[in-house]
Structure formats: C-alpha cells, structure tokens
Design a protein around this ligand. Structure first.
Ligand SMILES: Nc1ncnc2c1ncn2[C@@H]1O[C@H](COP(=O)(O)OP(=O)(O)OP(=O)(O)O)[C@@H](O)[C@H]1O
Ligand SMILES: [Mg+2]
Length: 382
C-alpha cells in the first residue's frame, strides 16, 4: 500500500523510504558512557547522502556527544559508526571527511576573517593560490566578502558566526556537523541564514547533521528530524510527520503546542476508533486504527489550531466539548483561547485573526463549544 503523504513533501528526495538506498552515515547500536553515566544509549541511526538531518532534544540528551563520536573526538564504548560504507573505528578525526562547527565556535581573535577561513586549508597544505580562491568563494557564500580584512572583534555576533560557518565549509567536507550554528543570530538574520544554509547544502551536495534547540528551525530546514531523549532516539521522521503524527506523548509535547487527554479505548472498528475521556466528559471518534485493547488507557492529542471554537452547539456530542473561556492570548496573527472544561481541565484552541472586526467577539467567561474533525487529532499509546 502506498504511504499517504503528510504535509508538504520534497517529492524527489526520500531515500529513507527506498529499501535499496544505502545509508551514508550509520550508527549501529552505539553507546557512550562517561563514568557510569550513559550519554548515548544503544543508538542506531541511518542518514543518507545529501540529507539535511536535524537532531532535536533537551539539554544534555546526548546530541553533541553523538556528533563528537562521528567526527572522531570521542570513541564509543560499544557499537559501530560507518561512513560511506567504511567502519570509522580507529580512523583519526583529520582523516574523516567530516567537519564540525562547534557549539561554542572559537575564531582566532588575532587573525583576520580571511586568515580564519584559510586556516584549515593551510594546515592541509593546499597551494596558496588555490587557498585564495577558496577563501574568496566561501566569504562570498556567507556574504562577507567585504569583511575579509577585519578582525573578529570588529564584527557583530552574527557576522562572527558566519565566519565560523565559512571556516567549517572551506574544506568542502562531505559531511558537515553543525552544533547550534545559528544560536547567536537574531530572528531575522537567523531566518536569512537558514535559507542561505539550505541553498549552500544543496549547491555543494553535502550531507548536513545539525543540532538545534529551535524546533521551528529544524522544521524549516531539515529533510528529517530525530527527536532525542536521554541518549535515545524517540522518533525519526519528516518535519510534517513529526508534527502531525508524533509517536508518543514525549514527542507530541516536545514539538509545538498540543492538547493531551487521557482516555480509555472503548471501540475499534477497522480504521475507526472510539475513546472516552472521563476527566473531560467527552466521547471521541477518530479515523485511526489504534494498536491497543478495549479498556486500555490511551491519549488523545490534538493541536490547538485543529480545535474549532464557537458559540454554536455542534450537531453531535461526539468530538465536542463545552467550556468556558478563561484566558485569551492575542498574538496578532492568531489568538489562543484557553478554555476551562469541567474539572478545571483546559483545552487550547487557536484561531487565525482573519478580519479586524468580528460580529460577536469572544470574551472571558463566555460559554463556548469546542469541536474537531475525526481526522484532526491522533491517538497515542505511550
Ligand atoms: N566529557 C564528559 N564527561 C562527563 N560527562 C559528559 C562529558 N561530555 C558530556 N557529558 C554528559 O553527557 C550528557 C550529554 O552531553 P551532550 O553534550 O551530548 O548533551 P547535548 O544534548 O549536546 O546538550 P546541550 O543541548 O545542552 O548542548 C550530559 O549529561 C553531559 O553532562
Ligand atoms: Mg550540545
């Protein structure tokens, strides 16, 4: 059966769906411990050539450690890492076609921008004329060609970060590891640089592994995202799949905002499942086959933008809830309505502010109905 696509897709690039495709980077059951602390826990992962792969996860979940093992700065306690079919065990960092831009990138303060970018190439013994050309090319790529003679302290934080980026790109490594590469940029420059980076990656045909704390950044840039928790990968999927079909409460809660309701599974008929949420006093019917038994505890998860809020009572009491508005967050483009349901539980509904004037505006303490479609939410079993 053909897989139904979720959200926007880059149709010509999905090697992970191709059983014939050979992974370019592969972690096989890799574990890394520091003393008796397990930083990376039996982790297996496949990344494909030219893929833009993002690692998301809370602080200390093992993202940097994973990258450092791939770059050769840490040795796994167990498991193997392959690159282009080669087992990397025993291969020193400088012999790996991998470059890493560190979380706390450090430019050489006494060197000019161009000398910083040229540094690695000189060490490699590249001829002088070639170095000059490459540095020029790289500075052009990050739009800093006019800043070549400046010293790092004469640059803004964002410009410095772009120098670090140019430096890590200069050797044109097959694989670039970027650990929080845009952390120092303001929102606007961050967005611009995100686009520059994706263009660059595409032009140079490189494979990117990027760590970010910013889930929007991961969503806009990556082909696939891995969500990590405590040294393990919880889910690997495209941004749209991660958002629309999280595989657990952890992922659902980690990415974006979501309403979670504890339920009992009450019926299963083919691709339709029925749930009851006792605390919310609500019956839910969803077009999803659920892998659980009748009577099992499951969770219904629905994004606030998929919840309708209205004064009008819906025709059916299934997939509907009565509530009271107790808080409204006006964000300009959208408003988020926090509604109290019986038992003081809350459900959030996001409404796009389509027009400035509304016939009957919703206000605090208003009684409202919340409802949703049978395919709007997702049932989680863990
Ligand atoms: N050299 C080390 N010695 C001991 N513990 C370490 C060492 N390096 C990392 N750790 C621990 O391993 C865990 C994972 O660290 P890592 O740097 O990979 O986290 P991270 O996911 O990159 O976090 P952040 O988002 O904060 O950068 C942390 O708990 C950290 O304290
Ligand atoms: Mg880190």
């Amino acid at each position: 059966m053909a897989k139904k696509p979720i959200g926007p897709v880059r149709r010509d690039f999905a090697p992970w769906d191709d059983p014939q495709a050979r992974p370019y980077i592969e972690f096989r059951n890799v574990t890394k411990t520091f003393g008796d602390f397990i930083a990376v826990d039996d982790l297996s992962l496949k990344i494909y050539e030219r893929e833009f792969f993002a690692l998301l996860g809370g602080s200390g979940c093992g993202k940097t450690t994973m990258m450092r093992m791939l770059a050769g700065f840490e040795t796994p306690n167990a498991g193997e890492i392959f690159l282009d079919g080669q087992n990397l065990a025993g291969v020193p960092p400088y012999k790996r076609p991998v470059n890493m831009m560190f979380q706390s990138y450090a430019l050489f303060p006494h060197m000019s921008v161009e000398a910083n970018v040229a540094f690695g190439l000189k060490q490699e013994g590249m001829p002088k004329a070639e170095i000059g050309e490459r540095v020029e090319e790289m500075l052009k790529l990050v739009k800093l060609q006019d800043f070549a003679r400046r010293k790092p302290h004469q640059l803004s934080g964002g410009q410095r970060q772009r120098v670090a980026l140019a430096r890590s790109l200069a050797k044109k490594p097959k694989v670039l590891l970027l650990d929080e590469p845009l952390g120092a940029l303001d929102r606007k420059l961050r967005e611009e640089t995100q686009f520059e980076l994706t263009d660059l990656q595409y032009e140079l045909g490189m494979t990117f592994l990027i760590v970010t704390h910013d889930q929007e950044e991961a969503m806009t840039m990556a082909d696939r995202i891995a969500v990590m928790d405590k040294g393990r990968i919880v889910q690997i999927a495209t941004p749209a799949e991660i958002y629309e079909l999280p595989n657990s409460r952890f992922v659902a809660d980690f990415i974006g905002d979501i309403n979670l309701m504890e339920c009992k599974l009450t019926a299963r008929e083919g691709d339709v499942s029925s749930l009851h949420a006792p605390v919310f006093g609500c019956d839910i019917k969803i077009s999803q086959a659920v892998d659980a038994n009748i009577g099992d505890t499951v969770w219904f998860a629905i994004r606030p933008e998929k919840v309708r809020i209205s004064f009008e009572e819906p025709e059916s009491r299934v997939n509907a809830l009565k509530g009271e508005v107790w808080d409204i967050a006006y964000l300009g483009d959208v408003s988020i309505y926090h509604t109290h349901i019986a038992n003081e539980e809350t459900v959030r509904a996001t409404v796009a502010n389509r027009s400035r004037v509304v016939e009957r505006p919703m206000s605090w303490d208003d009684e409202v109905w919340l409802s949703w479609d049978a395919d709007a939410g997702v049932v989680l079993t863990r």
